[in-house]
Design a protein around this ligand. Sequence first.
Ligand SMILES: [Zn+2]
Length: 299
Amino acid sequence: MTTTPEKYIGRFAPSPTGKLHFGSLVTALASYLRARSKGGKWFLRIEDVDTTRIEKGAIHSILTTLEDYGFQWDDEIIFQSKRSDIYQDYLGILKTKNLIFNCICTRREISKNKKNTLSGEYVYGGKCRELHNPSRLKHAKRIKTFEERITFHDLLRGKLRQNIAEDVGDFIVWRSENFASYQLAVVIDDHLQGITEVVRGSDLYLQTPRQIYLQKCLNFMTPIYAHIPVVLNEFGQKLSKQTKANPILKENARDNLISALNYLGFDYGTQNKIIEISRNNNEILENAARYFNLKNTKF
Ligand SMILES: [Zn+2]
């Protein structure tokens, strides 16, 4: 019996907390070239589930910039802020499995827990787990974790193993402001969109095991993961709104695309050839996809 190979589906999922900067361009480009080099689809998802962090005008700016830079996405764009009902349904499934509890701990109480030395995050000690805090109190919802080793093989970074209870602890799946946590939303969206491979920044590498844990709890398939190195500024900080990264402009699209290709391991000869035969930015991307090898990405 033969099985038809799974169709590749990738995605780019920016948070509209600000305009796109060079770091987000590299991530977008890596996921795009990977998808196109596999003859697959590339979906765009706006991760605006945390409505408290949205910057006015950022969504419009991100979409326009992607278009200016030649990106063409497949299907409809998904907006997480419009999917609360869906996330709630899956939260319900976790509740019926008796995996969810209300946590009323303050930030201060959380900070009394030990820290994970790798991630710098507090490991929740389970304080509210058996307390059955009533829902009328302001609370977050956490998922129970158990001694379980989660292992995955990242295409670029190799094997990562975490003991989810010990290294992470019961983690938040529903925020006290009454929306899904990033972890829950991303896992549900990756599943419903049929994402087969996630190419994203390495700042999410250590969070992947908790996403895999959620996939297991919800009986979802686990996609393949590839975490590309995040772009750092001259002070060694990740480019972001917090570190005041400059937004990328339409006028510099060609130069920025070339720099991003270089970051993804294209040599000058290939780069020049791509530029020579491309009449516009979209053609740069389509031609680059023919020469793309994820594993050439610079570390
Ligand atoms: Zn608590």
